[in-house]
Design a protein around this ligand. Structure first.
Ligand code: 8YV
Length: 319
């Protein structure tokens, strides 16, 4: 008999098909209220990086042993509630780092050089009537990175290729040569581009607020490939509308898939639908890692990609 796996998030077809082939998949929601008696037999819950896995949902699943997240971010998972029950949490780090860093550079170049507006300019026939306005130079500019983890460090490596002057802020300094700022506002005041690659959660909520945006200033550009919750979206829309900030490029939003209506009206902002890790190769690698965690669990082997808290808590082997 196939084991029961609860799927509460939208996942790529290539992964969903493999889950259905190997397990008895129960499709559920983040509330879990619809599960009924099926809840009793769920051993593994599969979520994605945006999913909310609350204490209440965990409480509805008495046999739950592992929460498998398709994504590196797991700020929506109540890890403390999981650990109280000895439930391990896994995610998909490393395999998506290159894509997210590539996309941060894409957004930075895209907004600075006004690529989407230039495309529209050509398509709408405006070229015949004049020249496209000059844009902002990226090479050699000053770049501030908020969160120098795996993805932030990969962005820095790419930015070095653009001769950018790099500085960063985060929870603690890293053993790197880039200047460290304990205050994000002070970092913002010294750079041209501020890239957010920090994880979400209570610690970073609205870290980028009006004061930080004003420190970045009317020549500054904000990029966010971390989590939407890190940026106060209403404050950002206001700063952009009032031209207190030159531009912004966002792949993540506070209330996905909804975007602050103020942002939709502006042309000094570039908006993409949380797609930084969405290449075929990376989504395949993320899917493989999700399957590897499930297979290891059901084979009684150590879980390959535990979140740091589960690893430190000794929840690596669910044998
Ligand atoms: C999403 C992400 O998980 O890895 C993360 O933390 O934000 C993304 O890769 C992905 O969109 C799946 O929903």
């Amino acid at each position: 008999m196939k084991s029961n796996v609860l799927k509460i998030a939208r996942l790529p077809d290539m992964l969903t098909e493999r889950l259905y082939a190997d397990y008895q998949v129960v499709e559920g929601s983040e509330s879990g209220t619809e599960l009924g008696p099926a809840a009793a037999d769920i051993l593994v819950l599969v979520a994605n990086g945006e999913s909310r896995v609350s204490r209440e949902l965990i409480g509805r699943l008495p046999a739950l042993d592992v929460i498998v997240v398709f994504g590196v971010g797991y700020d929506g998972v109540d890890v403390a509630a999981a650990h109280e029950r000895g439930i391990a949490v896994t995610h998909t780090p490393d395999v998506l780092t290159d894509d997210v860093a590539d996309f941060a550079m894409t957004l930075m170049l895209g907004i600075a050089r006004r690529v989407t507006l230039a495309d529209r300019f050509v398509r709408e026939g405006a070229w015949a009537h004049g020249s496209f306005p000059f844009t902002r130079k990226v090479s050699g500019a000053r770049l501030g990175i908020v969160g120098l983890g795996r993805i932030g460090a990969a962005i820095a490596r790419r930015a070095e290729g653009f001769d950018m002057q790099i500085a960063y802020c985060g929870r603690r300094p890293h053993p790197v040569d880039y200047p460290y700022f304990a205050s994000v506002r002070e970092l913002a005041a010294t750079v041209d581009f501020l890239v957010v690659s920090a994880s979400g959660g209570a610690d970073t909520r609205h870290l980028i607020d009006t004061a930080v945006l004003d420190a970045l200033g009317p020549e500054g550009i904000l990029i966010n490939v971390g989590r939407g919750s890190v940026v106060d979206e209403a404050a950002l829309a206001k700063a952009l509308a009032e031209k207190r900030l030159l531009g912004a490029a966002l792949d993540v939003f506070e209330n996905e898939p909804h975007v602050h209506p103020g942002l939709l009206e502006l042309d000094n902002v570039l908006l993409t639908p949380h797609m930084a890790s969405a290449t075929w190769a990376t989504r395949r690698a993320m899917s493989d890692l999700v399957m590897a965690n499930l297979q290891a669990y059901f084979a009684g082997q150590p879980l390959p990609s535990l979140v740091p808290e589960s690893r430190d808590g000794g929840l690596g082997s669910k044998v």
